[in-house]
Each structure stands twice: as structure tokens, then as C-alpha cells.
Design a protein around this ligand. Structure first.
Ligand code: NAD
Ligand code: DAU
Length: 361
């Protein structure tokens, strides 16, 4: 790890965990394209992380990759000491609700123990910094709206909504959020937490609804819709989430939580119908058109949360953030990206996932 050169001319040095996954990789691309930050990318390369996802920045002078587990204390301590981060941004997680139903252990390990280990080592490092660097340091924890539980047909989640997680995934994320809160209140570590709604866009692993539907549709396979398809999610284009995180780590107030959402509530059926129409248009010669004929209602997810909706007024009013993409523009970009990157889909699915149903235990 001695490859890290400490003199960075005042640039932010950003330790990104989980940078080979969906949101983390989009964030790294954002940092490379739109900032002068230097990046260390710590990722275990689980089934959900792949070096192909960051292949275009692999040799970039401002990006260094380190393979390892956020729960490995020796590794994290050495990496933090060598890299001397200005910011630590924790994207690393087990992220798929269905997998958490089948096997919660990895979720406890990474999401809870791993976050604890990052906090513990970040605090030890922060205590060694001088006043100027202590004041600048931030630990930003990327979390989810699922910690708030499930809404009925009305209302939204605000930062004051009580936690009520319902799945092993959301319970593990809720636990990690509480640890982050405690490290601020007890030890004074300058932490921030963001709780975001459903993301979509490039590089999402094809176990999640949107890429799964696109890839199944291309092969003429059934498009699985859990239950009656009326569950509602609030969708945000991933690049808008990345812009919100960078703004929050730079401008947010330590100890605060910021909710992030797309103000774009859709039933799952509306999402699948939108994808089918886009595929019909973009693939006029497809043998499977109209793709909506592939829609198939299947057994519901156990404990399926009914509805999520985010009140993002705090980050909008206090930090001036708002999404740049609409659902329509973001979905069009997303479908086109998958059509143009079928080689990436094949590479990340290889030996990992073939589209089978998960989470029915
Ligand atoms: P992802 O599953 O696509 O990627 C997770 C990454 O973390 C992978 O690269 C994986 O290899 C890595 N990882 C897993 N365990 C690790 C460990 N022990 N040590 C180091 N690296 C490890 O997840 P994502 O969708 O990009 O989500 C990123 C974060 O954002 C998560 O914390 C998730 O809870 C949160 N989030 C996701 C969404 C969403 O819609 N995807 C919405 C809100 C919040
Ligand atoms: O809300 C934020 C969360 O969004 C993140 O914290 C999670 O990491 C992320 O995975 C996502 O969770 P969801 O469970 O909402 O995402 P998923 O894509 O798995 O499912 C979206 C909706 O679609 C959900 O209501 C379940 C449904 N679904 C999902 C799949 C995979 C289907 O109907 N069919 C499917 O095949």
C-alpha cells in the first residue's frame, strides 16, 4: 500500500469503500470526471463487485484499487494510515433484499461489523490529525430509505421518521446507521448519513428489478413481478445520487442525516411497463415485441414493504440539491446503456447469477 503519495496539493483524498459496485463505481466516475479528488477504492469484489466496472479508470493517476474486506481491521488501519483520507465514504454493503432473506449472515458481517470497523479505525486516525485536518475530515455513510420501514398509501419519510426496518437487509443498515450516529455523539467523529431511495442507472447488478427486466426481455424470458405489482418505490437516477453525496460530504453539517429521493414514485408495474415500451421503441426488430407480453406475476417477496417515498426538502433547502434527470430521461438513458453494454452484463453475471428467483425461503 506504499503506492499512495501523501502530497496532494490540497486536493480532497477520498477513501471510497464498495467502489466496484453499482453506486460506488458511478461515484468514482463522477469524482474522476468532475473533481480533482484522489481516490482509494477498497472493495472485496463479492459477487456484486467487479473490476470491469472500473476498468476505464484502472490506470488513472487519481484512482487506486485495493481488494479487501471493510471488516478486516489490520487492512483498514494500514490503508487509512497510508492514504490519509480527507473523506471516508462508505458504500460497501450487501445490498439485495432478496439475498438477505436467503442468507442474512453476510449482511450482519459487512453492513454491521464492517461499518463498526471503519468507524473504529477512522476515529483512531482522526485523533492523530492536527486541528485543521480534524476539522476537514468527514465520514459519510451511505444508507437507505428502507430503514424507515413501509408507508401506507400516503405520507413520506423525513429525517425524523422513526426507524422500523422490516427485512434482514434494512435491519442491518439500520444498525449501521445507529453506530454512525453513536460515533458522532460519543466520540465527536464528524459523521454524516444519507438515506436514499431506489437508484437506477448504469452498472447495476442484474439481480435488481430494472436490469433484470431489461436482460430477461432481451431473451424473451418472463418478466417476474412480485405480488400484484402495486408496491411503490421512489426512483432516482444514480448520477443524481452521486452528486448529492459529493455535495453532502463537502457542505453537510457533521452529525446530520440527509434524505435523498427522486420525487418519482412508481408502482413496480409502471416501471416494468415503461421498460417494455422503451425496448419496443429501441429494438423495432425484436422478436419479443410487444415486450409487455412477457410480464408474469409471481409469488410475493416475504415481508414485502408496500411503499417508500422520500421527503428530500432538507437537502434541497439546506444544500441546494435537486435531481437533474426525470424518470423518463433517466430510464431512457438506462435502457440504452444496458443495450450498449451487454458484454459488461455477461461478464458480471458469469459464474455469479443467471436470473433465478431469490428470496423465497
Ligand atoms: P452493490 O451491491 O451494487 O455494491 C456493493 C459493493 O460493495 C460491491 O462492489 C461489493 O464487492 C462491495 N462489498 C461488499 N461487501 C464488502 C466488504 N465486506 N468489504 C468491502 N467491499 C464489500 O450495492 P449498491 O447498490 O451500489 O449500494 C451501495 C450502498 O448504497 C449500500 O450501502 C446500499 O445500502 C446503499 N443504497 C443503495 C440503493 C440502491 O438502490 N441500490 C439505494 C439507497 C442506498
Ligand atoms: O429503497 C432503497 C433500496 O432499493 C436499497 O436500499 C437496496 O439496496 C436496493 O436493492 C433497492 O431495494 P428494493 O428491494 O426496492 O430493490 P429491487 O430492485 O430488489 O426491487 C424493487 C421492487 O421490485 C421491489 O418492490 C421488489 C420488486 N421486484 C424485484 C425483483 C428483483 C419484482 O417485482 N420483481 C423482481 O424480479
Amino acid at each position: 500500500m506504499s503506492q499512495f503519495v501523501r502530497n496532494s496539493n490540497g486536493r480532497a483524498r477520498v477513501l471510497v469503500t464498495g467502489g466496484c459496485g453499482f453506486i460506488g463505481s458511478n461515484f468514482i466516475h463522477h469524482l474522476i470526471e468532475d473533481t480533482n479528488a484522489e481516490i482509494a477504492n477498497l472493495d472485496l469484489l463479492t459477487y456484486a463487485g467487479n473490476l470491469q466496472t472500473v476498468a476505464d479508470v484502472a490506470d488513472h493517476p487519481r484512482h487506486r484499487f485495493v481488494q479487501g474486506d471493510i471488516a478486516d481491521s489490520n487492512l483498514v488501519r494500514q490503508l487509512i494510515d497510508d492514504f490519509a483520507p480527507t473523506y471516508l465514504i462508505n458504500f460497501a454493503a450487501e445490498s439485495h433484499v432478496d439475498r438477505s432473506i436467503d442468507g442474512p449472515a453476510d449482511f450482519i458481517h459487512t453492513n454491521i461489523v464492517g461499518t463498526y470497523n471503519l468507524l473504529d479505525n477512522a476515529l483512531s486516525y482522526w485523533r492523530t490529525l492536527d486541528n485543521v485536518d480534524q476539522a476537514r475530515f468527514r465520514f459519510l455513510h451511505v444508507s437507505t430509505d428502507e430503514v424507515y420501514g413501509s408507508l401506507g398509501d400516503h405520507g413520506t419519510f423525513s429525517e425524523d421518521t422513526p426507524y422500523a426496518p422490516n427485512s434482514p437487509y434494512s435491519a442491518s443498515k439500520a444498525a449501521s446507521d445507529h453506530l454512525v450516529r453513536a460515533w458522532y455523539h460519543t466520540y465527536g467523529l464528524p459523521t454524516l448519513t444519507t438515506n436514499c431511495s431506489n437508484n437506477y442507472g448504469p452498472y447495476q447488478f442484474p439481480e435488481k428489478l430494472i436490469p433484470l427486466v431489461i436482460l430477461n426481455a432481451l431473451e424473451g424470458k418472463p418478466l417476474p413481478i412480485y405480488g400484484d405489482g402495486q408496491n411503490v418505490r421512489d426512483w432516482l437516477f444514480v448520477e443524481d445520487h452521486c452528486r448529492a453525496i459529493w455535495l453532502t460530504v463537502n457542505e453537510g453539517k457533521p452529525g446530520e442525516i440527509y434524505n435523498i429521493g427522486g420525487n418519482s414514485e412508481k408502482t413496480n408495474l409502471e416501471v416494468v411497463d415503461t421498460l417494455c415500451l422503451l425496448l419496443d421503441e429501441l429494438l423495432p426488430d425484436s422478436l419479443h415485441s410487444p415486450h409487455s407480453q412477457l410480464k408474469t406475476f409471481v409469488a410475493d417477496r416475504p415481508g414485502h414493504d408496500w411503499r417508500y417515498a422520500i421527503d428530500a426538502s432538507k437537502i434541497r433547502n439546506q444544500l441546494g440539491w435537486q435531481p437533474q434527470e426525470t424518470f423518463e430521461s433517466g430510464m431512457r438513458k438506462t435502457v440504452q446503456w444496458y443495450l450498449d453494454h451487454l458484454d459488461w452484463c455477461e461478464a458480471v453475471n458469469a459464474d455469479n447469477y443467471d436470473g433465478q428467483r431469490l428470496g423465497l425461503q
